[in-house]
Design a protein around this ligand. Sequence first.
Ligand SMILES: [Zn+2]
Ligand SMILES: [Zn+2]
Length: 92
Amino acid sequence: MSMSENKVHCQIHGEQDIALMCSHLIESIESGKHVGFFTEDSGDLGRPDAWCKSCEDSWPNYNGDSAAWTESLGFRVACCSCWDIAKEQQAK
Ligand SMILES: [Zn+2]
Ligand SMILES: [Zn+2]
């Protein structure tokens, strides 16, 4: 996967805008597992960052330290179309 600016080359969708998701959500795209879908709009990418229920549930452990929490989520770069697929799968 190569990256330039805010574009990513997705193996499925080709060149797309970047979206960030936690590793569990990215894995759920292939596995179809229901992991939940949470977002907060950071405004600087094509889609808001997204994470799963287990990541959301870990938030209270960080005592409001959003930087440490965000790091623990291990966000990975995905493409916008994959983000859309994850959102749709998790909405079912
Ligand atoms: Zn997660
Ligand atoms: Zn994709």
